[in-house]
Design a protein around this ligand. Structure first.
Ligand SMILES: [Fe+2]
Length: 261
Protein backbone atom coordinates (compact mmCIF):
# COMPACT_ATOMS: atom_id res chain seq x y z
CA UNK A 1 0.00 0.00 0.00
CA UNK A 2 1.31 3.51 -0.75
CA UNK A 3 2.38 5.74 2.07
CA UNK A 4 0.05 8.49 0.90
CA UNK A 5 -2.83 8.35 -1.58
CA UNK A 6 -4.23 11.59 -3.01
CA UNK A 7 -7.28 11.73 -5.27
CA UNK A 8 -7.52 14.57 -7.77
CA UNK A 9 -10.78 15.77 -9.25
CA UNK A 10 -10.88 18.72 -11.62
CA UNK A 11 -13.00 21.07 -13.67
CA UNK A 12 -16.29 20.10 -12.09
CA UNK A 13 -17.98 23.14 -13.69
CA UNK A 14 -20.98 23.24 -11.35
CA UNK A 15 -23.59 25.11 -13.40
CA UNK A 16 -26.87 24.51 -11.49
CA UNK A 17 -27.62 21.61 -13.84
CA UNK A 18 -28.26 18.11 -12.49
CA UNK A 19 -25.81 16.51 -14.93
CA UNK A 20 -22.58 17.94 -13.54
CA UNK A 21 -23.68 17.35 -9.94
CA UNK A 22 -24.45 13.69 -10.64
CA UNK A 23 -21.06 13.21 -12.30
CA UNK A 24 -19.20 14.62 -9.29
CA UNK A 25 -21.30 12.55 -6.89
CA UNK A 26 -20.50 9.47 -8.97
CA UNK A 27 -16.76 10.13 -8.67
CA UNK A 28 -16.99 10.82 -4.93
CA UNK A 29 -18.94 7.57 -4.43
CA UNK A 30 -16.19 5.72 -6.31
CA UNK A 31 -13.58 7.29 -4.00
CA UNK A 32 -15.63 6.48 -0.87
CA UNK A 33 -15.91 2.82 -1.92
CA UNK A 34 -12.16 2.27 -2.40
CA UNK A 35 -10.61 -0.38 -0.19
CA UNK A 36 -7.86 2.10 0.67
CA UNK A 37 -9.46 5.51 0.80
CA UNK A 38 -7.41 8.53 -0.29
CA UNK A 39 -6.00 10.76 2.43
CA UNK A 40 -7.18 13.90 0.65
CA UNK A 41 -9.08 15.02 -2.44
CA UNK A 42 -7.66 17.90 -4.49
CA UNK A 43 -10.01 19.91 -6.70
CA UNK A 44 -7.85 21.77 -9.18
CA UNK A 45 -10.06 24.56 -10.41
CA UNK A 46 -13.05 25.45 -12.51
CA UNK A 47 -15.16 24.37 -9.57
CA UNK A 48 -18.00 26.36 -11.10
CA UNK A 49 -18.88 27.19 -14.66
CA UNK A 50 -19.32 30.94 -14.24
CA UNK A 51 -18.38 31.83 -10.65
CA UNK A 52 -21.82 32.69 -9.28
CA UNK A 53 -22.56 32.31 -5.54
CA UNK A 54 -25.40 29.84 -6.19
CA UNK A 55 -23.02 27.62 -8.17
CA UNK A 56 -20.62 27.61 -5.19
CA UNK A 57 -23.52 26.76 -2.89
CA UNK A 58 -24.29 23.81 -5.18
CA UNK A 59 -20.62 22.78 -5.13
CA UNK A 60 -20.44 23.03 -1.35
CA UNK A 61 -23.41 20.67 -1.00
CA UNK A 62 -22.10 18.15 -3.54
CA UNK A 63 -18.52 18.12 -2.23
CA UNK A 64 -19.44 17.00 1.27
CA UNK A 65 -17.16 14.03 1.96
CA UNK A 66 -15.54 12.51 5.01
CA UNK A 67 -12.18 12.91 3.29
CA UNK A 68 -10.80 16.48 3.28
CA UNK A 69 -11.41 18.30 -0.03
CA UNK A 70 -8.90 21.05 -0.89
CA UNK A 71 -10.00 23.31 -3.76
CA UNK A 72 -8.38 26.13 -5.74
CA UNK A 73 -9.89 28.37 -8.42
CA UNK A 74 -9.58 28.09 -12.18
CA UNK A 75 -10.34 30.57 -14.93
CA UNK A 76 -14.10 29.98 -14.69
CA UNK A 77 -14.14 30.78 -10.97
CA UNK A 78 -14.58 34.01 -9.05
CA UNK A 79 -12.26 34.49 -6.08
CA UNK A 80 -14.68 36.52 -3.96
CA UNK A 81 -17.60 34.10 -4.39
CA UNK A 82 -15.26 31.11 -4.02
CA UNK A 83 -14.03 32.45 -0.70
CA UNK A 84 -17.38 33.56 0.64
CA UNK A 85 -19.57 30.64 -0.37
CA UNK A 86 -17.31 27.61 -0.84
CA UNK A 87 -14.74 28.31 1.88
CA UNK A 88 -16.93 30.34 4.23
CA UNK A 89 -14.27 33.06 4.53
CA UNK A 90 -14.54 36.84 4.08
CA UNK A 91 -14.81 37.71 0.37
CA UNK A 92 -11.57 39.03 -1.14
CA UNK A 93 -9.97 39.09 -4.57
CA UNK A 94 -6.53 38.09 -3.32
CA UNK A 95 -5.12 34.78 -4.68
CA UNK A 96 -6.50 31.71 -2.91
CA UNK A 97 -3.36 29.81 -1.91
CA UNK A 98 -3.34 27.20 0.81
CA UNK A 99 -1.08 24.42 2.02
CA UNK A 100 -1.92 21.23 3.88
CA UNK A 101 -0.02 18.47 5.55
CA UNK A 102 -1.30 15.08 4.36
CA UNK A 103 0.60 12.56 6.42
CA UNK A 104 4.24 13.37 5.62
CA UNK A 105 3.30 15.09 2.39
CA UNK A 106 2.99 18.86 2.08
CA UNK A 107 0.49 19.86 -0.60
CA UNK A 108 0.81 23.46 -1.82
CA UNK A 109 -2.25 24.57 -3.77
CA UNK A 110 -1.71 27.76 -5.76
CA UNK A 111 -4.17 30.12 -7.39
CA UNK A 112 -3.08 30.57 -11.02
CA UNK A 113 -6.26 32.37 -12.09
CA UNK A 114 -6.20 35.92 -13.43
CA UNK A 115 -9.57 37.59 -12.72
CA UNK A 116 -11.45 38.06 -15.99
CA UNK A 117 -8.95 36.14 -18.15
CA UNK A 118 -8.84 32.53 -19.35
CA UNK A 119 -5.06 32.17 -19.18
CA UNK A 120 -3.08 31.78 -15.97
CA UNK A 121 -0.23 33.33 -14.04
CA UNK A 122 1.19 32.94 -10.55
CA UNK A 123 1.52 36.35 -8.95
CA UNK A 124 4.54 37.68 -7.05
CA UNK A 125 2.46 37.27 -3.91
CA UNK A 126 1.89 33.58 -4.72
CA UNK A 127 5.59 32.95 -5.37
CA UNK A 128 6.44 34.59 -2.04
CA UNK A 129 3.82 32.42 -0.37
CA UNK A 130 5.21 29.26 -2.04
CA UNK A 131 8.76 30.07 -0.90
CA UNK A 132 7.40 30.39 2.64
CA UNK A 133 5.61 27.02 2.41
CA UNK A 134 8.77 25.33 1.12
CA UNK A 135 10.87 26.94 3.85
CA UNK A 136 8.46 25.62 6.51
CA UNK A 137 8.11 22.10 5.04
CA UNK A 138 10.07 19.27 6.71
CA UNK A 139 13.56 18.73 5.31
CA UNK A 140 13.15 15.14 4.12
CA UNK A 141 9.42 14.99 3.37
CA UNK A 142 7.74 15.08 -0.03
CA UNK A 143 5.97 18.13 -1.46
CA UNK A 144 3.27 18.19 -4.15
CA UNK A 145 2.38 21.36 -6.06
CA UNK A 146 -1.15 21.86 -7.41
CA UNK A 147 -2.52 24.63 -9.62
CA UNK A 148 -5.16 24.98 -12.33
CA UNK A 149 -3.18 26.03 -15.41
CA UNK A 150 -0.62 23.56 -16.84
CA UNK A 151 2.85 25.11 -17.16
CA UNK A 152 3.71 23.10 -20.32
CA UNK A 153 2.67 22.63 -23.94
CA UNK A 154 0.14 19.78 -24.11
CA UNK A 155 -0.68 19.58 -27.83
CA UNK A 156 -4.12 20.86 -26.88
CA UNK A 157 -5.11 23.53 -29.42
CA UNK A 158 -7.55 25.19 -27.03
CA UNK A 159 -5.58 25.00 -23.79
CA UNK A 160 -2.09 25.71 -25.12
CA UNK A 161 -3.26 29.25 -25.95
CA UNK A 162 -4.43 29.84 -22.37
CA UNK A 163 -1.91 27.91 -20.25
CA UNK A 164 0.34 29.23 -17.45
CA UNK A 165 2.35 32.32 -18.37
CA UNK A 166 6.04 32.46 -17.39
CA UNK A 167 6.40 28.70 -16.83
CA UNK A 168 10.19 29.13 -16.46
CA UNK A 169 9.63 30.97 -13.21
CA UNK A 170 7.82 27.97 -11.72
CA UNK A 171 10.33 25.56 -13.31
CA UNK A 172 13.15 27.29 -11.44
CA UNK A 173 11.40 26.67 -8.11
CA UNK A 174 10.63 23.03 -8.95
CA UNK A 175 14.13 22.24 -10.25
CA UNK A 176 15.65 23.82 -7.15
CA UNK A 177 13.79 21.70 -4.59
CA UNK A 178 14.34 17.94 -4.61
CA UNK A 179 11.41 17.40 -2.22
CA UNK A 180 8.90 18.30 -4.95
CA UNK A 181 7.59 14.95 -6.22
CA UNK A 182 5.45 16.40 -8.98
CA UNK A 183 3.09 19.08 -10.21
CA UNK A 184 -0.63 18.44 -10.77
CA UNK A 185 -3.05 20.65 -12.66
CA UNK A 186 -6.45 20.71 -14.31
CA UNK A 187 -7.71 23.03 -17.09
CA UNK A 188 -7.05 20.70 -20.05
CA UNK A 189 -10.15 18.50 -19.56
CA UNK A 190 -7.97 15.54 -20.48
CA UNK A 191 -5.89 13.02 -18.53
CA UNK A 192 -2.33 13.97 -19.48
CA UNK A 193 1.07 12.78 -18.27
CA UNK A 194 4.24 14.66 -19.15
CA UNK A 195 7.25 16.16 -17.38
CA UNK A 196 8.06 19.64 -16.12
CA UNK A 197 11.41 20.74 -14.72
CA UNK A 198 12.40 17.07 -14.54
CA UNK A 199 9.36 16.02 -12.45
CA UNK A 200 6.06 14.41 -13.39
CA UNK A 201 3.40 16.85 -14.55
CA UNK A 202 0.00 15.19 -14.31
CA UNK A 203 -3.18 16.78 -15.59
CA UNK A 204 -6.37 15.40 -14.07
CA UNK A 205 -9.34 14.88 -16.38
CA UNK A 206 -12.51 16.93 -15.91
CA UNK A 207 -15.56 15.32 -14.39
CA UNK A 208 -17.69 17.36 -16.82
CA UNK A 209 -16.25 16.90 -20.34
CA UNK A 210 -13.26 15.97 -22.49
CA UNK A 211 -11.22 18.30 -24.66
CA UNK A 212 -9.23 16.59 -27.40
CA UNK A 213 -5.65 16.95 -28.53
CA UNK A 214 -4.63 18.53 -31.81
CA UNK A 215 -4.95 15.14 -33.51
CA UNK A 216 -8.66 15.03 -32.60
CA UNK A 217 -10.09 18.51 -32.63
CA UNK A 218 -11.56 20.15 -35.66
CA UNK A 219 -11.64 23.74 -34.58
CA UNK A 220 -13.79 25.70 -34.16
CA UNK A 221 -16.78 23.38 -34.38
CA UNK A 222 -15.82 20.28 -32.40
CA UNK A 223 -14.41 21.31 -29.08
CA UNK A 224 -15.92 19.62 -26.03
CA UNK A 225 -16.97 15.97 -25.87
CA UNK A 226 -19.69 15.42 -23.29
CA UNK A 227 -20.12 11.68 -23.92
CA UNK A 228 -17.21 10.17 -21.92
CA UNK A 229 -17.74 9.17 -18.31
CA UNK A 230 -16.45 11.43 -15.53
CA UNK A 231 -12.88 10.61 -14.48
CA UNK A 232 -10.30 11.29 -11.80
CA UNK A 233 -6.63 10.79 -10.98
CA UNK A 234 -5.20 8.83 -8.05
CA UNK A 235 -1.67 9.78 -7.02
CA UNK A 236 0.21 7.31 -4.82
CA UNK A 237 3.35 8.60 -3.10
CA UNK A 238 5.55 5.81 -1.82
CA UNK A 239 8.26 5.57 0.83
CA UNK A 240 10.88 6.58 -1.75
CA UNK A 241 8.90 9.76 -2.53
CA UNK A 242 8.05 8.51 -5.99
CA UNK A 243 4.63 9.46 -7.33
CA UNK A 244 2.63 6.90 -9.35
CA UNK A 245 -0.61 8.03 -10.95
CA UNK A 246 -3.62 6.00 -12.06
CA UNK A 247 -6.51 7.50 -13.97
CA UNK A 248 -10.06 6.12 -13.63
CA UNK A 249 -13.28 6.87 -15.42
CA UNK A 250 -16.46 6.04 -13.51
CA UNK A 251 -19.35 4.63 -15.52
CA UNK A 252 -23.00 5.06 -14.56
CA UNK A 253 -23.72 2.51 -11.83
CA UNK A 254 -20.12 2.60 -10.63
CA UNK A 255 -17.65 -0.25 -10.66
CA UNK A 256 -20.01 -3.12 -10.08
CA UNK A 257 -17.74 -6.13 -10.12
CA UNK A 258 -14.28 -7.48 -10.72
CA UNK A 259 -13.72 -10.78 -12.51
CA UNK A 260 -11.11 -13.27 -11.25
CA UNK A 261 -7.79 -12.66 -13.04
FE1 LIG B 1 -12.44 23.76 -17.13
Amino acid sequence: MPMILVAQVSDTHFDLGARNVERVERVLAFIADLRRRPDAILLTGDVTDSGSPDQYAEARMALKADIPVYAIPGNHDDRAAFRATLLGEPASNAPINHAHRVGELTVALMDSSIPGEPSGRLSDETYDWLRGVLAAAPADAPVLLALHHPPAHLFSPVIDKISLAEPDRLAEVVAGDKRIVGVVTGHAHSAVATTFAGRPLLVAPSTASVLGGEWELELPDHVMDYAPDPALALHAIDDNHRMTTHFRSVPMGGWIGVLPF
